[in-house]
Design a protein around this ligand. Sequence first.
Ligand code: NDP
Length: 260
Amino acid sequence: MQHPMDLSGKVAVVTGGNGGIGLGITKGLASAGCHVAIWARNAAKNEAAVQALQGLPGNVQAFACDVTDRASVDAAAAATLQRFGFIDGMFANAGIGGGGRESFLVRKPEDWGQMIDVNLYGAFHACQVALAQMKTQSEQGRKHGRIVLTSSIASHFGTAANEHYAMTKAGLTSLARSIAVEFARYGVTANALLPGYTATEMTTGLFDNEKFVKAVMPRIPQRRFGSSDDFAGVAIYLMSDLSSYHTGDAMTIDGGYSIY
Ligand code: NDP
């Protein structure tokens, strides 16, 4: 009998799966036997991720994709379906951070535009193509779809001078709930993942800042920043049949930061 956490035969897409949290998700899924399609832009990073994850039970392939560009997303979906035949899971994880910490008073509309373009429209395109495919698969008897949106604990809190990032992340948490309601009939669950401070390329500058580390670390009960590997277990669980009644949730993975 197949172990319920054995994901053999399932296929997931991880946008931004070539680095950071996305790579942790990809590695976790592939280690449990899931085939994974990485959708991201940087060819060298895509290739390095595929090389690094060779030999795991699930096959990992990377497809060049800019999630802000619908034609690019459609092409990645077609290539994924040609390679693996199905899309059972969409981990819409690609995102950009706030960068500089300018006051809202000097924020430019273009800054908002770029943030919304990647963090919200990126998820919009990825989820729309995945859900259309999941609906078709469900009508053909393959009634198992998973949407996982990488939000952030920033969606819980007010963040001075980084409001544009936080607001897109709150939007993703909300989107997960709406998808959960509309697509439940097709066997699709949808949840948001809310990482806390996690060591990745996005946070390198921040974590190198001694003043920041001194201020934040005492507020994390586990007294460490997260690592990309901390997202493997939750990804496996959400992709598995065990999570089939778990939907519309905002799942916090932050070492206890937001309860302290
Ligand atoms: P990284 O910067 O390490 O990774 C971002 C990933 O997104 C890369 O794989 C990048 O690949 C991809 N990406 C960015 N823009 C696009 C695009 N237009 N099209 C396709 N892929 C794109 O960041 P993290 O791993 O830290 O972040 C992953 C997610 O986690 C983000 O949504 C972030 O907001 C969220 N998060 C991170 C936290 C942290 O502390 N690190 C905390 C809370 C949430 P490429 O450049 O090759 O396209």
